[in-house]
Design a protein around this ligand. Structure first.
Ligand code: C2E
Ligand code: MG
Ligand code: MG
Ligand code: MG
Length: 273
């Protein structure tokens, strides 16, 4: 009996594995087709100066208009894109849209784009990025890139050269999801980083229902950034209490549903909350 039960379970498990493998293969095939059709578009979320609500820039967030499933979010396909290597092609299509947006002067301030670590480390990323921006007539001084720490640590000397080249052209670098990786603090001061983006998991522990641990971590990150002369952007700001607390703690910039959700429409001259 127990044996039969166990077999049932392992058969069900095999079936679930097969179904998942098929789903991922379908998704990869869909992704290939979507690349041919360029079914991607950037949505933009404001980044705001906490002190006065001034919109200083926007983060461009990838969206996929799937012909059957509607709008897909990165969480649903980035994994498959990274494992298959297709993310690089998706990113270049995405960046082209962002550069057109920049060239059209469609929003105030800068626009930041996300780069997967593997993509960042690939071949001639920096040259291609600058070339594509130039082709589209986008001013690189209005462009920022968001990378995570892993992108820097594998080949630090090369990453440093890349960031320096970008900076020479006016492209500043934001360190995304800060606090979630194995922060190698000794590296931080060597890289030309313009701002740390404090991961939303910590920010969500501020405000009402506050977690002491989140507060301690945010404080530590702000102190570190202050010492190194690096700006800070809090991700995932959802409430006025979180905004107030971030302001009191000295965090300069914020981003999150409290200020505005990602959107593909712009109202000129925005100043929020
Ligand atoms: P991320 O760069 O950390 O982006 C922030 C994510 O948090 C976005 O999710 C955004 O919609 C969401 N968010 C913003 N404010 C709030 C808030 O107040 N509360 C909550 N709960 N969430 C908030 P999204 O757009 O689904 O993107 C997820 C991730 O996908 C991004 O995380 C980034 O790592 C990646 N990604 C986005 N666009 C691109 C892209 O063009 N290329 C690549 N390679 N990766 C991208
Ligand atoms: Mg980001
Ligand atoms: Mg982030
Ligand atoms: Mg994040």
């Amino acid at each position: 009996r127990a044996k039969a039960c166990g077999r049932d379970r392992s058969e069900r498990f095999d079936e679930a594995m097969r179904a998942e493998a098929t789903r991922l293969l379908d998704l990869e095939a869909d992704l290939r087709r979507a690349i041919l059709q360029d079914a991607f578009e950037p949505w933009f979320q404001p980044i705001v100066r906490v002190a006065d609500g001034e919109v200083v820039g926007h983060e461009a967030l990838l969206r996929w208009r799937h012909e059957l499933h509607g709008m897909l979010y990165p969480a649903e396909f980035i994994g498959v894109g990274e494992d298959s290597g297709l993310i690089e092609q998706v990113d270049w299509l995405m960046y082209r849209h962002v550069f057109r947006h920049l060239a059209a002067g469609a929003s105030p301030g800068y626009v930041s784009i996300n780069v997967s670590p593997r993509h960042f480390r690939s071949g001639d990323f920096v040259e291609r990025l600058l070339g594509l921006a130039d082709e589209a007539g986008a001013d690189p001084r209005r462009l920022r890139i968001e990378i995570t720490e892993v992108a820097l640590l594998d080949d630090a000397p090369r990453a440093l050269r890349m960031l320096n080249t970008l900076r020479t052209h006016g492209v500043l670098v934001l360190l995304d999801d800060f606090g979630t990786g194995f922060s190698a603090l000794s590296y931080l001061h060597r890289f030309p980083i313009q701002a740390l983006k404090i991961d939303q998991s910590f920010v969500q522990g501020l405000g009402s229902g506050m977690h002491a641990e989140s507060l301690a971590l945010v404080r530590a990150i702000l102190a570190l950034a202050g010492t190194l002369g690096i700006d800070t952007i809090a991700e995932g700001v959802e409430t006025a209490q979180q905004r107030d607390q971030l302001h009191a703690l000295g965090c300069q910039y914020g981003q999150g549903y409290f200020y505005g959700r990602p959107s593909n429409a712009f109202e000129p001259g925005a100043r929020i909350a």
